[in-house]
Design a protein around this ligand. Structure first.
Ligand SMILES: C[S@@+](CC[C@H](N)C(=O)[O-])C[C@H]1O[C@@H](n2cnc3c(N)ncnc32)[C@H](O)[C@@H]1O
Length: 276
């Protein structure tokens, strides 16, 4: 089976670079897979391609992203056509005109193509909205951004054919998961340093309260007999929340320091409730 379909968006916290280190932590056997913070889906695509799963549930609270997954799954040819139009028209003026559009008045295919187009041409593939929920990232400096990769999208569409894609908050997974299911959580990470984001605001509004709720959900799934894996920042707070489980560390290259000379691999944790 094909095992290298790339993700269709760039996504902050993407796990593609960590897959090699993650392999040894994935359980040997699973029939049903859940990923409640799917984001760009690097881990999901790997797991689906490598395993013979009976059921897969991918979910997230980002409406635009979930709409894209559904359109890729159900209407990929129309999406490819719309992306071609964006590619042909791409320039600065066009980028800002498309950015201005209100996604809620567009058809689902137009909305998905707008999202992918902006993701592939905006600065750093960032996803950021203002307080009114409006995408506000400036155009990036790419000479020839790759906007359409038709065959990758077609392969992804096939791969998603039997996958359930849901718009829902992570704790809803409790309505579905049962014994022996495998659940991988990749939440917005807890900040490394006490700063503004620590007590007030993070992009996803994922604060201490949400991390504590996530640890409760992890515990509940553990009690049900599910296999649960989670990644997060290597911080005292997180290690304390999961102290009853196996805590491993991996090394990631993250662009977290604005001083390029101080950038380097940082350590992150992988928590599992099973031996690997
Ligand atoms: C770190 S990213 C996931 C990265 C992803 N695994 C990848 O490889 O690209 C976290 C994701 O959690 C989603 N998210 C934030 N709050 C959430 C919530 N309460 N429930 C479900 N998803 C949430 C965000 O929209 C984002 O896509």
């Amino acid at each position: 089976m094909e095992t290298n379909i790339p993700t269709f968006v760039k996504w902050a916290g993407g796990k593609r670079q960590l897959l090699e280190q993650f392999k040894k932590f994935f359980p040997k056997e699973a029939e049903r897979y859940f990923e409640p913070f799917v984001g760009g889906g690097a881990v999901a695509l790997y797991i689906i391609q490598k395993n013979n799963l009976k059921e897969v549930y991918l979910s997230d609270v980002n409406e635009e992203l979930i709409n894209c997954y559904n359109i890729i799954k159900n209407n990929v040819e129309e999406l490819i056509l719309k992306l071609k139009q964006h590619k042909e028209n791409h320039n600065k003026e066009y980028y800002y005109a498309i950015r201005e559009l209100n996604p809620s008045i567009l058809s689902d295919v137009e909305r998905a193509s707008r999202f992918i187009y902006l993701n592939k041409t905006c600065f750093n593939g960032l996803y950021r909205v203002n307080s009114k929920g409006k995408f506000n990232v400036p155009m990036g400096n790419y000479k020839n951004p790759s906007i359409t990769k038709d065959n990758d999208l077609r392969c992804l569409s096939k791969l998603l054919k039997n996958v359930k894609i849901l718009l829902m908050p992570f704790d809803k997974v409790l309505d579905y998961a049962r014994r022996r299911d495998f659940i991988y959580f990749d939440p917005p990470y807890f900040p490394l340093k006490k700063g503004k984001s620590f007590t007030t605001y993070t992009k996803d509004n994922f604060l201490e309260k949400e991390q504590i709720r996530l640890a409760e959900v992890f515990r509940e799934l553990d009690k049900r007999g599910c296999k649960v894996m989670l990644s997060n920042s290597n911080t005292k707070f997180i290690k304390n929340l999961y102290k009853d489980y196996n805590i491993h560390t991996v090394k990631a290259n993250r662009m977290i320091n604005c001083d390029a000379t101080k950038r380097g691999p940082i350590s992150e944790v992988v928590v599992t409730n099973y031996a690997s």
